[in-house]
Design a protein around this ligand. Structure first.
Ligand code: UD1
Ligand code: CA
Length: 457
């Protein structure tokens, strides 16, 4: 196998994004454009990945970690040929180089593998596309008789006749390193943009009788580049629709495939149902028969079988067991683990807590830094007071506890097995097992008391 290198061109500023952020750091489906391309490049297990950078250098470098990446600085952006020239000291003479673009985020591994498979010994392969409106793109000029590729002509340098060509250069190409070493330094910038065009290498190779092959992507959107926010938004929708179609194909029910956002990986079991306007971030796994109500946001969440999440719930870094009922309007924060048959109802916030099977907190509560046993009932308005202004403290609620409404549990505190807490209590000390504990001042009525009156004017 010939050694494969990948070069990602990412030095451009992206003026048309009208943003202080370097273009390749704008996000699509929750990941930077550059991250998408780098992830795909990594799937090819290349010898080396060189990323050419020039704008927002530090920010771009910090955005992706890994010692498999070679950062190459192009101080002035003098063209794609010039950009590639900067990588020559990092590329050995043998091997092949695949050129990718930091602003063409959705190129697929399958398309690249097909392109690589076409590169027989010493052949250069271009990824081309036939499009309805080729304006702005470099055109693929072929021999009228043999159909062989002769050159790529940039839009601004095309003749009227060449402007009629609908086969365009996507920019992505595979080229043997020795050709880059031999021919890149010979490219001139005598063109309309005074740039060193990488595409000029093609005509130089053809002159040497070196064959240039072409390959096509399975989907046009794979080769779409981002120059402005409108293209970014359009590609985001295309990507999301593709994710939705894949889920539908796997048998997931989506109430509206145009109203779901997946910013990461969503893995679904069988008979999963997802209502409209849900966002899935990071790694989310939904087991068989899970139902997700409308307008939920789940980030790094595992949901076991038969659990229902009702509308408007926000859940992050949490594991949820089987047969649970969550929401509507539940907020579950990082570090939470719910066992089976747990109910977390409306306006209940749970943070960094474990709740064992069969326990319920159905209304208006805060459960933070807590360990809750089995079959516990937490009444409406119960608050674990876990924070003293400096430190967080733990609350332990053992099995079969019943906590009356509007109770404050001042942590650190343990509510022992089988305890009942009377409504409206403030509990500061460990309660005895199986007993009723309450801390409530006596109800008094004051005869003759009058409400203060506003002075009459
Ligand atoms: C390029 C191709 C064109 C193709 C089109 C597809 C050339 C000369 N032209 O044109 O045939 O149809 O892409 O979208 O290659 N970059 C650098 N350093 C530079 C210049 C560019 O890193 O000095 C990077 C940019 O950040 C960008 C990419 O290379 O990601 C493409 O550059 P751009 O100037 O947009 O090329 P196009 O004119 O679009
Ligand atoms: Ca471009």
């Amino acid at each position: 196998m010939t050694k494969l290198n990948v070069v990602i061109l990412a030095a451009g500023e992206g003026k048309r994004m009208r943003s202080s952020l370097p273009k390749v750091l704008h996000t699509l489906a929750g990941r930077s454009l550059l991250m998408h391309v780098t992830k795909t490049a990594r799937l090819l297990s290349p010898e080396k990945i060189c990323i050419v950078i020039g704008h927002g250098v530090e920010k771009v470098k910090q955005s992706i970690k890994g010692n498999d990446l070679t950062w190459v600085l192009q101080e002035q952006q003098l063209g794609t040929g010039h950009a590639l020239m900067q990588t020559l000291p990092h590329l050995e003479r043998d091997g092949l180089t695949l050129v990718l673009y930091g602003d063409v985020p959705l190129i697929r591994i399958h398309t690249l593998q097909k392109l690589i498979a076409k590169a027989e010994e010493k052949h250069c392969v271009l990824l081309t596309a036939v499009i309805e409106n080729p304006l702005g793109y470099g055109r693929i000029v072929r021999d009228t008789e043999t159909g062989a590729i002769k050159a790529i002509i940039e839009q601004k340098d095309t003749s009227a006749e060449q402007q009629e060509i609908h086969e365009i250069n996507t920019g992505i190409m595979l080229i043997p390193n020795e050709y880059l070493h031999d021919w890149l330094p010979k490219i001139k910038n005598k063109n309309m943009q005074n740039e060193y065009y990488l595409t000029d290498i093609i005509a130089l190779l053809v002159k040497q009788d070196i064959q240039v092959a072409s390959s096509q992507a399975a989907n046009l959107w794979e080769v779409m580049g981002i120059n402005n926010k409108s293209q970014l938004a359009a590609l985001e929708r295309i990507y999301q629709r593709d994710c939705a179609d894949k889920l539908l194909h796997q048998g997931v029910s989506l109430m509206d495939p145009s109203r779901i956002d997946i910013r990461g990986e969503l893995i679904c079991g069988s008979d999963v149902e997802i209502d409209i306007d849900c966002i899935f971030e990071g790694n989310v796994k939904l087991d068989d028969f899970v139902q997700i109500g409308a307008h939920c946001i789940l980030k790094n969440v595992k949901v076991a079988a038969d659990t229902t999440i009702l509308p408007y719930s926000l859940i992050e870094n949490t594991e949820i067991g089987e047969n649970c009922k969550i929401g509507p309007y539940a907020r579950i924060r990082p570090g939470t683990k719910l066992s089976n048959k747990v109910h977390i109802g409306n306006f209940v916030e749970v943070k960094n807590s474990q709740i064992a099977s069969g326990s319920k907190a159905n209304h208006l509560s805060y459960i933070g830094d807590s360990i809750v046993g089995k079959n516990v009932n937490i009444g409406a308005g119960t608050i674990t007071c876990n924070y003293d202004g400096a430190n967080k403290h733990q609350t332990i609620i053992e099995d079969d506890v019943f906590i009356g409404s509007d109770t404050q549990l001042i942590a650190p505190v343990t509510i022992s097995k089988g305890s009942t807490i009377g409504a409206g209590s403030t509990i500061t000390r460990e309660t005895p097992e199986g007993q009723l504990t309450l801390s409530r001042s006596k109800q008094v009525s004051i005869a003759g008391w009058k409400r203060p009156q506003k002075p009459k004017v």
